[in-house]
Ligand binder design. Structure first.
Ligand SMILES: [Fe+2]
Ligand SMILES: [Fe+2]
Length: 214
């Protein structure tokens, strides 16, 4: 599919974990991108707004339900932070009692870098790998995509002990993106036809191969 066709396909999904709005996915994609564009942010940043949730397409393929596509993300292979939403439910997760995984560092080492940390699976991680392999988006853009649901990290300050120097810069980028994801939502509809050409050109700029492997 092209990125645009993927956005249209995603439009049939209503994210049950999103408490804010009855907005369709393409509305959310366009509103996020338009808010970033209005603030004169770089073109790659605008494109992140457009595609950051495109990984939710997983829902139409091998997902078992929305729980494995949406919701907050967190590292696996080390102790679950109490800052993770609904932390209490981890007590039912076998990793919680596994001595390999339930220490501060688990399978990792101090400041090993988030690049080397496995995060729980979901739309963020899927889209990150796709964009990393098939786009020429800069590292900040890839971080915004990969970590946008990693709230215990970018909102609550957890897992700092796994970060390296590069992640400090990535954290700033993710924090800059977050308000656009959260607060660009309005019930005012975006005119898709009016902005379509602008975004088609933007997509082509960063995804040189027009047809993307999903
Ligand atoms: Fe998302
Ligand atoms: Fe989003």
């Amino acid at each position: 599919m092209t990125i645009w066709d993927a956005l249209l396909k995603l439009n049939h999904l209503l994210d049950e974990s999103d408490p804010d709005t009855e907005l369709s996915q393409i509305e959310h994609a366009l509103q996020t991108a338009e808010a970033i564009r209005k603030d004169n942010k770089p073109r790659w940043f605008q494109l992140v707004g457009l595609i950051h949730d495109l990984g939710k397409l997983l829902y139409f393929y091998d997902s078992k339900g929305q729980w494995d596509v949406v919701g907050d993300t967190f590292p696996v292979g080390c102790r679950f932070s109490t800052k993770i939403i609904h932390y209490e439910f981890f007590k039912a997760n076998p990793d919680y009692n596994n001595p390999l995984y339930n220490t501060k560092y688990g399978i990792y080492s101090p400041h090993c870098g988030l690049e080397n940390v496995m995060l729980s699976w979901g739309h963020d991680e899927y889209m990150y790998h796709l964009a990393k392999e098939q786009s020429c988006l800069p590292p900040q853009a890839l971080a915004m995509i990969r970590y946008h649901s990693f709230y215990p990290w970018h909102q609550e300050g957890a897992y700092k002990y796994l970060m390296n120097e590069h992640d400090e810069e990535m954290l700033r980028a993710v924090k800059e993106f977050n308000p656009y994801d959260l607060y660009s939502k309005t019930d005012k509809k975006c005119d898709i036809d009016e902005v379509k050409d602008y975004y088609l050109e933007l997509i082509d700029e960063f995804f040189p191969k027009k047809v993307i492997d999903f």
